[in-house]
Write a protein that binds this ligand. Structure first.
Ligand code: ZN
Length: 166
């Protein structure tokens, strides 16, 4: 089986090395040395702007992909930043900047929010995604492209090394 020639398309598993930087060139995230990220293409496992740009690429190819916040992790919404009195937080919680806590919405769902600031009598909670509002610069190199298994397609994600184990 010659998997080298497969192009990236829906329902294929892609192994890629990546470095994600912001517009200033500061590295935000990268794949671990020797263990590329695996994802199932066409199943929204990665941000839409990146998924679209990778379509049609082959193993051995590299690309620099710039993704706007709209096609990345969304724009920052200031109404998603809330000031909450310390008295409304669980009494056993010691709030620290960067900590993520669950907050109940008016609809009764629990959503993760980040503690952005801690003051004497209140905290500032930020429900925006950590990378919201950021233009993403992905430096990508494609390591392998293969067809997904039936099971992977049913689950909507990759199994085995670099993927889900269950
Ligand atoms: Zn699974």
């Amino acid at each position: 089986m010659d998997t080298e020639k497969l192009v990236i398309a829906d329902n294929r598993v892609v192994a890629m090395n990546y470095t994600l930087s912001d517009s200033e060139g500061t590295v935000i995230d990268q794949s671990d040395q020797g263990s590329p990220l695996l994802y199932l293409h066409g199943h929204q496992n990665i941000v839409p702007g990146l998924e679209r740009e990778l379509t049609g690429m082959k193993a051995g190819e590299s690309k620099l992909v710039v993704v706007s916040p709209e096609e990345g992790y969304g724009t920052r919404e200031e109404e998603m930043v809330l000031k909450v009195p310390l008295s409304e937080l669980p009494s056993d919680l010691k709030p620290e900047v960067g900590m993520t806590i669950g907050m109940e919405t008016e609809q009764g769902h629990t959503v993760p929010v980040r503690i952005a600031q801690v003051a004497a009598d209140h905290v500032q909670l930020d429900a925006n995604h950590e990378l919201a509002g950021i233009t993403l610069h992905f430096d990508i190199s494609i390591e392998e492209v293969r067809d997904a298994s039936e099971e992977e397609l049913t689950h909507g994600h990759v199994h085995g090394p670099g993927g889900h184990h269950h």
